[in-house]
Write a protein that binds this ligand. Structure first.
Ligand SMILES: Nc1ncnc2c1ncn2[C@@H]1O[C@H](COP(=O)(O)OP(=O)(O)OP(=O)(O)O)[C@@H](O)[C@H]1O
Ligand SMILES: [Mg+2]
Length: 222
């Protein structure tokens, strides 16, 4: 369980302060798919970035694994590097590298066993049915293919929690359906935890952990 408590986050532009989260709390179930919804501008990305330790709140605590972290003050680098993989709607594949090399990158960055990663890549590529794209460069892939490769890459860094900000934002209906199925299957088969922000109502079908941001608070609605 990731237990985030009493988060306050505001942005200050010039002279004006914009309070986005006011004493907001959320409990993320490990090994589940967790969905965060809410209107545009309500703070979904902000919350995901705070949970992912990419930005700091003014106030906020994380309880996890018997430890207490002050999200405003503590150095969260170790926790972040150990725990999270990120999946964004613009894919972030490196254009100079082919699909296979893009997939090897997390293993280099995280200094994982290269042979084990190569075995995982073969396994997952078959699973996702993208073996034929192994030596292709990202600029020749379709949106859906890019997102499947990006999803696969997020599994290969040895992290068990995947934070996904609007992962179907650039996808059409068919590719959205494929990605949803993929998330469900990966969650069931390999036990990865997902925390997903979306306004795509299709996501509601695949999870029983739904949080809605409203009036600067987070409510569990399912
Ligand atoms: N870096 C920033 N500096 C100043 N204001 C920001 C910054 N990032 C976000 N905001 C503001 O904070 C609020 C929440 O933004 P956020 O991106 O978290 O919303 P969101 O729910 O993810 O929206 P969307 O569904 O459109 O992606 C918005 O009013 C936005 O303008
Ligand atoms: Mg957003």
């Amino acid at each position: 369980m990731l237990d985030f408590k009493n988060i306050n986050k505001s942005y200050t532009n010039m002279t004006k302060s914009n309070l986005v989260l006011d004493d907001a709390s959320i409990k993320i179930n490990i090994s589940d798919i967790n969905l965060i919804i809410g209107s545009s501008g309500v703070g979904k990305s902000t919350l995901l970035n705070i949970m992912g330790c990419l930005i700091r709140p003014e106030i906020g605590t994380l309880f996890c694994g018997g430890k207490r972290y002050d999200l405003q003050k503590d150095n969260m680098n170790d926790f972040r590097i150990r725990s999270y993989s990120y999946l964004f709607q613009d894919f972030n594949l490196l254009p100079e590298f082919n699909v296979y090399d893009n997939l090897l990158l997390p293993s280099y960055i995280n200094k994982l066993n290269l042979n084990e990663t190569k075995i995982s890549i073969e396994k997952y590529m078959k699973y996702i049915d993208i073996e034929h794209l192994k030596y292709v460069f990202p600029n020749t892939l379709s949106h859906g293919e890019k997102q499947r490769v990006a999803m696969l890459r997020s599994l290969l860094g040895g992290k068990k929690i995947i934070l996904a900000d609007e992962p179907t934002g650039n996808l059409d209906e068919i590719n959205t359906k494929l990605l949803l199925e993929l998330i469900v299957n990966i969650n069931k088969e390999f036990g990865y935890t997902f925390v997903i922000t979306s306004h795509d109502m299709n996501f509601k079908k695949i999870t029983s952990n739904i949080f809605k941001i409203e009036n600067k608070k987070i409510n569990k609605i399912k």
